[in-house]
Structure formats: structure tokens, C-alpha cells
Design a protein around this ligand. Structure first.
Ligand SMILES: O=C([O-])C(=O)C[C@H](O)[C@@H](O)C(=O)[O-]
Ligand SMILES: [Mg+2]
Length: 419
């Protein structure tokens, strides 16, 4: 079954003013929808980043994939690498750490692999998780992903979530999200206010939700000394502390004394980072993410590496829509040692969905694993056209949380660590 055509459509969807250690989300989040068509009339879907640099790199490999068998995924990876020619693409997404030439290949390759697995599944009449070894769970739990936020974008009406800039606001946001989605775990995006204030927010969450596992992620906003102080204060309260401080060596210093496991989606973001991290025991929980770990099959391999070295496994997310959610759910279903609820930004962006409704829904905080062939989701063509038009109209071509923050606070600086 040969690839005859690949269509890449950049889209933009509404995003609330979510705060993080680099600034604040702009009113529009970008993604690229990938459609792969074959000579047998079966098509597959992928979803990836929408920043212009990534879009252009993705466009630059398309010609080399035409004519390829959709089962020849090793060859596909090699062709992507050859077409990129050793370029390391800067990408501010996910507040990640070092981007290397190899990890750039994995990022660009990922949505094409997902689309080919979608096609393989449809051709075989089997869901994608069956191509990854079979589901070990029928529903995948996700966590409530809380953000400090403004009540709305400056100059616009307040959004449905309202303001959250203190412990009471964070607890109110958690209550609303949990009432709507039923999440059984909670993650707070920190690195926004001085650590004492974020500790207070975690304590307030613990009081309001005594049984929900809690996580805090300041995206490397703290020095190692600050990280250790916060870790000691939150002993017994957090299930894990995510990226308190920059770099593998910094994380190792904190991990040696912190009472809870440390997690990352910042300092170990490519296969070549694993050796140093394992040697220094810097990370106890790795957040996988098929968008940058090279697709679903490579993320399964990452799961095996984590199991081998006794590293826990959770899942990271950026702003995304339903094709990504479906892929994440298939992957998590087929990864036996993924023992933590996965992250998802979905509640923040669900209003602008690009797939037809019905397949993906949250019950008790979990998404039922689709059982129909392929990924199980179908593009909503009207929505795609609308979101593609948003992309053209919105004028944003790359995520810039810091630049957007500086529009309202010119003195704002991106600093890592800040405290
Ligand atoms: O766990 C993380 O670090 C993320 O989810 C990174 C994202 O970029 C998040 O910080 C965001 O959307 O602001
Ligand atoms: Mg993180």
C-alpha cells in the first residue's frame, strides 16, 4: 500500500491566557493536521506542532515519502532523517530542553508514523493499540491540568474558566474541571509565583481533594536550593515533583535529597539524554510524549527502557486536539508500565475540536480506548476549514509566551531559574 499524497494543514484554535514560567499563552494555539493518502483509497491522520519552523521542516520531507509502503516505517524514519540533513530545529514547544538533530528527526517523523499506523489499522480492521502489542487497559486515566490564569485575554471578555491567581482560584478551577471531567489526579503548572505561594496552592488542593494524587511542575523555575526547600515542605503531599530545576545535573542534585520522585519533560527529551540521566539517577518518572519521542512505536520502546532501568512512566501534553488525544490513548493503552494518569491540555481547547464528536469522551477522568479500526477518529472537514482560516487570520506563526507577556509587562524577563 503506497503513499500517494500527503496534505499538511496548519490550524489555530482558541487558547486561554494560561500562565507558566516562560510567560502566558497567546489567544491562539497552533497545530498542524497531517493527512496521508494511499493508492488503495485508505487515508490516515496525524497531529503535530504548528510553529512555522516545524511546519516548514515537515513540508520539506513530504516529497521523499511519496511512493513509500505504509508498513515501511524504518525506511520512513531514514528518509525523514536524510531529507532534514542533520538540521537541529529550534522549537519552544513544551518548554523543553535541548533540541538535537536526532530529536528533530523524531519530531518531524512522528505524525507521519501515526498516520501510517492509522492506515495499517484500517487496512487490517484492527485498532492502533493492537499494532503496539494490544491494550492492557480499556480506559486511559488523565489528570486535571491546572494553570494559574487571567480571567481572559487583555481587552477580551472573561472566559468560562475565570481568574486563578491564588490558592482559592486554583481550588475553584480544580473543582470545575473535576466536576466536568471526573479527573482522579491533579497537576498544577507552577513557576509563575514565588514558590511559597505555589506551596500554599498545593496545600489548599490537598485540603479540598484529600485523595487525589498531586503534582507540581514549575518548568525549571527554581535553583537546586529552592527546589530542595520546596521538596522538603511538600514531603508526603506530592506524588511527584516535575522539573523543579534545569538540566540533568541539577535534577540529579535535587533527586539525591528530595523525599519524592522527580519527573521531567524538559531535561530528558531524546534517547541520547537517557544515558546521563540513568547514570546520575536524575529522574525517577519520565514523561513520554509521542510527538517528540518519534511516534507511537518508539514511545513503546521508551517504555521498555524505563522499565529496564526502574524509571516510572507518565505522559506529557501540549495544547492539542482529538487526533493527538486518540494517539495518546492508544499508546497509553498499550504501555503496561504507564502507571500514572497522563497529562492533557484537552479541557482548555476542547471547544474547537477538529474530529467528529462521539469517540473520545471522559468518564471518571478516563478516555475509553477506541476499538474501531485505526485511530478511531474522523476529521470534521467543516471544523478543519474553520481552524485553517483561523490560522491565516490570527497572524501568529510561532508560539511566543514570553513575547506575549511582554506586551502587557515590558519588564518581564524569561529567566531559568527565577527563584
Ligand atoms: O509539562 C509541561 O512542561 C508542559 O505541559 C509544557 C507546556 O508547554 C505547558 O507549560 C504550557 O502549555 O504552558
Ligand atoms: Mg512539565
Amino acid at each position: 500500500m503506497k503513499i500517494t499524497e500527503i496534505v499538511l494543514t496548519p490550524i489555530a484554535f482558541r487558547d486561554p491566557p494560561l500562565l507558566n514560567s516562560a510567560g502566558v499563552h497567546e489567544p491562539w494555539a497552533l497545530r498542524t493536521i497531517v493527512e496521508v493518502h494511499t493508492d488503495e483509497g485508505i487515508s490516515g491522520l496525524g497531529e503535530t506542532y504548528g510553529d512555522l519552523g516545524h511546519l516548514e521542516r515537515s513540508r520539506s520531507v513530504v516529497d521523499s515519502l511519496i511512493g513509500l509502503d505504509v508498513f515501511a516505517l524504518n525506511e520512513m524514519h531514514a528518509r525523514v532523517a536524510a531529507a532534514l540533513g542533520g538540521e537541529a530545529g529550534l522549537d519552544k514547544h513544551g518548554l523543553t530542553g535541548k533540541i538535537t538533530a536526532e530529536s528533530t528527526v523524531d519530531r518531524v517523523y512522528s505524525p507521519f508514523e501515526v498516520a501510517c499506523l492509522d492506515i495499517q489499522g484500517k487496512a487490517l480492521g484492527r485498532p492502533v493499540h493492537d499494532l503496539l502489542g494490544g491494550a492492557v487497559r480499556s480506559a486511559v486515566p488523565y489528570s486535571a491540568y491546572l494553570f494559574y490564569k487571567w480571567d481572559g485575554h487583555p481587552g477580551a471578555e472573561p472566559d468560562e474558566w475565570g481568574e486563578a491567581i491564588d490558592p482559592a482560584g486554583i481550588v475553584a478551577q480544580a473543582s470545575k474541571m473535576i466536576a466536568q471531567y471526573g479527573f482522579g489526579s491533579i497537576k498544577l503548572k507552577g513557576g509563575v509565583f514565588p514558590p511559597e505561594q505555589e506551596i500554599e496552592a498545593i496545600r489548599a488542593l490537598r485540603e479540598a481533594f484529600p485523595d487525589h494524587p498531586l503534582r507540581l511542575d514549575p518548568n525549571a523555575a527554581w535553583s537546586t536550593a529552592t527546589s530542595l526547600k520546596v521538596a522538603a515542605e511538600l514531603d508526603g503531599v506530592l506524588e511527584y515533583l516535575e522539573d523543579p530545576t534545569p538540566e540533568i545535573s541539577g535534577m540529579a542534585e535535587v533527586a539525591a535529597k528530595a523525599p519524592m520522585p522527580l519527573a521531567t519533560n524538559m531535561c530528558v527529551v531524546a534517547f541520547e539524554h537517557l544515558k546521563q540521566s540513568v547514570e546520575q539517577d536524575a529522574v525517577q518518572v519520565l514523561l513520554s510524549d509521542h510527538h517528540y519521542w518519534g511516534g507511537l512505536q518508539r514511545s513503546r520502546q521508551l517504555g521498555m527502557i524505563c522499565q529496564t532501568f526502574g524509571i516510572g512512566l507518565s505522559m506529557h501534553s501540549n495544547s492539542h486536539l482529538g487526533i493527538s488525544l486518540a494517539a495518546m490513548t492508544h499508546l497509553a493503552a498499550a504501555t503496561p508500565n504507564l502507571n500514572y494518569a497522563c497529562d492533557t491540555h484537552y479541557p482548555w481547547n476542547a471547544q474547537d475540536e477538529v474530529v467528529e464528536p462521539g469517540v473520545l469522551s471522559f468518564v471518571d477522568g478516563a478516555v475509553s480506548v477506541p476499538v474501531t479500526p485505526g485511530l478511531g477518529v474522523t476529521l470534521d472537514r467543516d471544523a478543519l476549514a474553520r481552524l485553517a482560516e483561523n490560522y491565516v487570520r490570527c497572524g501568529i506563526t510561532a508560539r511566543d509566551d514570553t513575547g506575549y507577556m511582554q506586551k502587557f509587562d515590558p519588564s518581564y524577563e524569561r529567566k531559568r531559574p527565577r527563584w
